[in-house]
Design a protein around this ligand. Structure first.
Ligand code: TXA
Ligand code: MG
Length: 323
């Protein structure tokens, strides 16, 4: 294999953000931090720019992208918000919530962003760098997680560099992501809100405000291919609900009293799912780098962010039909 050209990485200073904004305005690709994971951003209004995201990620074109904007007011230029959706937006934006709503007619978005759907996924991120970038570029930014399609998401600039090399024009480094797991996605396409992807906002917290949400059936409809059965996968196989590692296995541990040792990383020694979510993808990448052929994973509780963690682990463990 030919070695990848190295990525250009800059600390996310005001100057670097200004340069990143100029790159976006010229149709380039910029990776930047959000509070959830790093995003691979491009001008959402330009076909060629958005096409570069799909090419760099190796992402199938039927899989639509999230449009990042600076405020609910901006979001309403692109989507039609029913009252319940507006209520969730007002409660959780800026923050790790993505809302799928009906797309407004004749919006300036590239049709590639929405993969030809009548709906659009919108999010107002709560990270200073993401916000500064949106305000400086003055563009809606289409940004999937900054990982190769199907691979583990990136929660640090070095993860992005490892996946993409110079196929990204610039990586803005602002350290590890706070939440470490992607935004929760709620769709308002149907009668009642549907949780398409559990994420960094616990279902319980949203349901307390918006009432019960239907859960999307995995693989039922290709509307949220982050819901594809195999996704978020390291090179190594995953073995779920393990209590110990077998010979040659690495161990992704959880909670107090978990085994310790070489090739063992504990997501949260105190048993906190918020801490576990923040460590999940970085630890999967680190255990993968040990060269182990299999990673044993201890059980994670189901409540709060545990729902999102277990969702990602199930997909990471699912049989893969291609690389
Ligand atoms: O936290 C996040 O959401 C991160 C950061 C960068 O914002 N982004 C992210 O994007 O996770 P991505 O592309 O990896 O996952 C977005 C998911 C995909 O599963 C996609 O199928 C779904 O959102 N999606 C996008 N538009 C949709 C739509 N109109 N209807 C249903 N699902 C949609
Ligand atoms: Mg992703």
């Amino acid at each position: 294999m030919i070695a990848m050209q190295k990525a250009r990485v800059l600390a996310a200073t005001e100057n670097a953000i200004a340069e990143a904004a100029a790159i976006l305005r010229a149709g380039g690709l910029v990776a930047f931090s959000t509070e959830t994971v790093y995003g691979l951003g491009a001008d959402a209004t330009r076909d060629e720019a958005v096409a570069r995201i799909f090419a760099a990620k190796g992402r199938p074109h039927f899989n639509p992208l999230i449009v990042h904007v600076s405020s609910l007011e901006e979001a309403e230029k692109f989507g039609i918000f029913p009252p319940q959706a507006r209520y969730l937006a007002e409660s959780f934006w800026p923050g790790p919530l993505t809302l799928v709503v009906k797309k407004r007619g004749r919006v300036a978005l590239s049709p590639l962003v929405t993969a030809g759907l009548e709906t659009v996924a919108l999010r107002v991120p709560d990270h200073e760098v993401a916000q500064r970038l949106l305000q400086t570029a003055k563009l809606p930014i289409a940004a999937p997680s900054a990982n190769r399609s199907g691979h583990v998401s990136a929660t640090a600039a070095k993860h992005v560099a490892a996946d993409f090399g110079s196929s990204v024009d610039l990586i803005l480094d602002s350290g590890p992501c706070r939440a470490g797991i992607e935004s929760s996605i709620v769709s308002f396409e149907g009668e009642s809100p549907m949780l398409l992807r559990p994420g960094a906002i616990a279902r319980e917290d949203m349901e307390a405000l918006a009432g019960k949400m239907i859960t999307a059936q995995s693989g039922a409809k290709p509307t949220a291919p982050g819901m594809l059965p195999s996704h978020y996968a390291p090179r190594a196989r995953l073995r779920l609900n393990a209590t110990v590692a077998e010979t040659g296995e690495a161990l992704l541990a959880f909670g107090p009293g978990a085994p310790k040792g070489e090739n063992v990383l504990n997501l949260s020694p105190s048993g906190n799912v918020i801490e576990a979510a923040a460590n999940l993808f970085a630890y999967l990448r680190r255990l993968d780098a040990t060269g182990a052929t299999s990673i044993a994973v201890m059980p994670i509780p189901a409540g709060g962010l545990g729902e999102a963690i277990n969702d990602r682990l199930r997909r990471a463990a699912a049989p893969r039909d291609k690389s």
